[in-house]
Design a protein around this ligand. Structure first.
Ligand SMILES: C=C1C[C@]23C[C@H]1CC[C@H]2[C@]1(C)CCC[C@@](C)(C(=O)O)[C@H]1[C@@H]3C(=O)O
Ligand SMILES: O=C(O)CCC(=O)C(=O)O
Ligand SMILES: [Fe+2]
Length: 375
């Protein structure tokens, strides 16, 4: 928790259309948008301001051949993935096998959720100490550089019952949300399956035992995050999601036709072309450690615009909490010394939730924190 957040909570500025609720400041875009200027808490430093950008030339990796066991296509896909992951860490995947109807249903359900009256969304609000639930601009966590977005986050792991997501929606929002839960249970099941396909491709591209990462993530404990970015009257002064590297292992992002995802590479920001029928894939900090630093977890952000709302669906693959994150032996043998200490995902997650706002230096800061005598 940002220490100065307490100050904000004690005397919220009048400009923020909010009211305190169990220590959380609430961000209601529909009323904020009526104001001529956005509140100061949403204004980011000059250096983070957005400009018109060229597109990143990240590869579009066709998975069809790989999924059908075509060796030549597999090698080609692995090379595209290797080149991307040794550079900016981003690529897109086509012919991924995820049903287009499921993606449409997921969009329909989440569009309906974010259009609910604010009071109804607040029934799902994130409680202090939990990562799950609805949040508005993270205004209950931070007091400056607030992102212009609402989020809905929930956990996904295989607990045998295959109802972890359905039960979340019905228990928190009520039985009328069972359909939303069923759609997102299916969506997360599909995302998990795709993430294991990509883990096999990553192993091939790294030249390690083909099933190594697939086995490592078999019993994962992942995060589903739905991002809603309302239109903003001063889009160049704020950001939808601030510059960061994902602390997680692999991100599978559905980006809609509006676009807004940007990646920092070769000292410049590049936009990622919206391809609603593809998924954007990026390496996170935890996989950078698993590859002993060979694959890069890179800086990215999301911008907003004046006229169109934007939705993105981010599935963050994470290892089971207590599994030790350590690169495969043959990688370390080839690459020389270990770049990062062993750690568990639960410790890195706790660091980002209670001690450090994820940015470009999360993994380095975490390593120092982990190894410092006071921890
Ligand atoms: C482990 C996580 C923390 C965040 C959600 C997942 C992966 C990405 C992280 C995040 C999006 C990075 C930017 C800052 C953040 C606070 C946000 O804008 O939402 C991060 C997420 C979080 O801490 O909730
Ligand atoms: O909304 C986007 O395009 C990116 C969001 C993101 O990077 C994240 O949630 O980690
Ligand atoms: Fe991200």
């Amino acid at each position: 928790m940002d220490s100065s957040a307490t100050t904000l909570l004690l005397s919220p500025p009048l400009s923020l259309s909010t009211h305190k609720d169990n220590g959380g400041l609430l961000f209601n875009p529909s009323s904020l948008q009526q104001q001529q200027h956005i509140p100061g808490e949403f204004i980011w430093p000059q250096g983070d301001r957005i400009h018109t950008l060229e597109e990143l030339n990240e590869p579009l990796v066709d998975l069809e051949g790989f999924l059908h066991g075509n060796e030549a296509a597999t090698m080609h896909a692995a090379k595209l993935v290797r080149d991307a992951c040794q550079g900016h860490g981003f690529f897109q995947v086509a012919n991924h096998g995820i049903d287009a109807g499921l993606i449409r249903s997921a969009r329909r359900q989440i569009d309906a959720f974010f259009k609910l009256p604010h009071t109804q969304k607040l029934r799902a609000r994130r409680r202090p100490g939990s990562m799950w639930g609805f949040a508005g601009a993270h205004a209950d966590r931070f007091s400056s550089n607030l992102p212009w977005k609402e989020t809905l986050s929930f956990g996904y792991h295989e607990n045998g019952s295959q109802r972890i997501v359905v039960d979340y929606f019905t228990s928190v929002l009520g039985e009328e949300f069972e359909q939303t839960g069923l759609v997102y249970q299916q969506y997360c099941d599909a995302m998990k399956e795709l993430s294991l396909v990509i883990m096999e491709l990553l192993a091939i591209s790294l030249g390690v035992e083909r099933l190594h990462f697939k086995k490592f993530f078999h019993d994962s404990s992942s995060i589903m995050r739905c991002n809603y970015y309302p239109p903003c009257q001063e889009p160049t002064l704020t950001l939808g999601t601030g510059p960061h590297c994902d602390p997680t292992s692999l991100t599978i992002l559905h980006q809609d036709e509006v676009g807004g995802l940007q990646v920092f590479s070769n000292n410049k920001w590049y936009s990622i072309r919206p391809r609603p029928d593809a998924f954007v894939i990026n390496i996170g900090d935890t996989f950078m450690a698993l590859s002993n630093g060979r694959y890069k977890s890179c800086l990215h952000r999301a911008v907003v615009n004046r006229h169109r709302e934007r939705i993105s669906l981010a599935f963050f693959l994470c290892p089971k909490e207590d599994k030790v994150v350590s690169p495969p032996q043959d990688l370390v043998g080839r690459d020389g010394p270990r770049k990062y200490p062993d750690f568990t995902w639960s410790s890195l997650l706790e660091f980002t939730q209670n001690h450090y706002r994820a940015d470009i230096r999360t993994l380095q800061s975490f390593t120092k924190w982990l190894l410092s005598p006071t921890t």
